[in-house]
Design a protein. Structure first.
Length: 415
């Protein structure tokens, strides 16, 4: 494991609930700042899995910003672990793989609760990694002298001959069609080709890299920077790989960490529509993760306070969202009625893109309330304007449904 500084302890998730309960009838929240710079450009603070567990052990109290980790913590130490081997069947068939794993280290030093947040390759590779982890022995982490359960995260890459094989003819053909579609701004055709590329279950890591790069290109063209972010992180890890079937320690599961910080930012800004989407992802990636339970409980406490009341999001279009003179921002709408007010600067575009239709607001008359047809659903509001422009997004009173551990998040218009 790497690192000893617990960045998330600056703002334990329990602090969200404490602050939330103190908000005024018109819901508006101001949280301690933790350097989160925007939902469209989330910067991940990588922290060691064991230290993350220390943060979780402190969630019963509200910590002060920049509070140092509690004294007396000693991280888990690896005592014994076999060398992982490349499965013979995978070698013979020329299969490669990249696997991100997560597992618990118990008070007795044994490993359990092995999960794979992201994986490619064949089933025998997955079994090999699981067997390799289960046989490892650790000296348990301790807190004030007592053994505690911690969690470790890492990755394994299976690469043939220290170098990934090239792309197949089928892959190259689909990739060329994808690049042609992007050049012609035909996003529907581009998406079709990406789906075709993703159907290849016997991809080399070289092809896997290009597939993720394709998603980054496609999602960036749609200005969906949040969705593009995890794909960028996979590309980053690809270049960090040493090309062997040895484990490479990473401080937290690739997809889970970014969405956890994304939720923190969205809850801070009261972007409840976006927060519920992030919670859904966290529940899919890590249903048994302690942080998933914390986020779900916080979200339910938040919506209980906000449900049936007008909500306000205060936003500034700055370079943290997108570079250049013209800046874009978007959010999921909870209500069928909204208004963009208190504008300081210049807003060029306000568009509600829904399942059912699209509505462009008159930017010369943004103070007026905008009503969307009741038949429209899953509406995402896009705002574009000059860098530095600030505004408030008001949404009408809305009934928001709480989230269960195995239920989808839903919102409906209130009476």
């Amino acid at each position: 494991m790497q690192g000893t500084r617990c960045v998330p302890c600056r703002l334990p998730l329990c602090a969200f609930i404490a602050v939330t309960m103190a908000v005024s009838p018109v819901i508006r929240i101001s949280f301690l700042q933790v350097g989160l710079k925007g939902a469209n450009r989330v910067r991940t603070k990588f922290w060691a899995g064991a230290v993350l567990t220390l943060c979780l052990s402190l969630i019963t109290t509200v910590a002060i910003a920049d509070e140092p980790p509690a004294a007396g913590y000693v991280p888990a130490k690896l005592l014994e672990r076999d060398r992982i081997t490349y499965p013979r069947e995978a070698q013979l068939r020329g299969r490669e793989g990249l696997i991100y794993y997560s597992f618990a280290i118990g008070p007795d030093g044994s490993t359990s609760d092995i999960s794979f947040p992201y994986l490619t390759g064949s089933s025998d590779m997955h079994k090999a990694v699981k067997k390799w982890i289960s046989r490892a022995k650790y000296q348990a982490a301790t807190l004030d002298g007592s053994p505690i359960t911690t969690r470790s995260f890492g990755s394994v890459s299976f690469v043939l001959n220290g170098k990934t094989r090239g792309a197949s003819r089928r892959f190259v053909s689909s990739w060329r069609k994808f690049t042609d579609a992007m050049r012609n701004r035909d996003l529907a055709e581009a998406r079709e080709q990406l789906d075709e590329l993703a159907t290849n279950r016997d991809s080399s890591l070289y092809e896997e890299l290009y597939l993720h790069q394709g998603w980054v290109t496609f999602l960036t063209a749609q200005q969906d920077y949040d969705a593009a972010y995890p794909h960028l992180k996979v590309i980053e890890r690809f270049y960090d790989s040493d090309g062997t079937a040895q484990d490479e320690v990473v401080p937290i599961a690739f997809f889970y960490g970014p969405f956890l910080e994304k939720y923190q930012y969205e809850a801070q800004k009261l972007m409840l529509g976006d927060a519920r989407q992030s919670l859904q992802v966290l529940q899919e990636l890590g249903p048994e993760e302690p942080n998933t339970t914390i986020v779900r409980e916080h979200f339910n406490a938040l919506v209980e306070r906000a449900s049936g009341r007008p909500t306000r999001i205060d936003m500034t279009l700055d370079a943290n969202f997108h570079s250049g003179d013209s800046v874009s921002w978007n959010t999921w709408l909870l209500a069928q009625s909204f208004a963009v007010q208190n504008v300081e600067g210049a807003i060029d575009v306000v568009v509600a893109d829904c399942d059912g239709g699209q509505l462009s607001a008159d930017v010369r008359n943004l103070q007026s309330e905008i009503h969307l047809p009741q038949a429209w659903s899953d509406c995402r509001l896009h705002v574009r304007g000059a860098t530095g422009t600030s505004f408030s997004l008001w949404q009408a009173p809305t009934k928001i449904t709480a989230v269960g551990s195995d239920t989808a998040v839903a919102a409906s218009s209130g009476e």
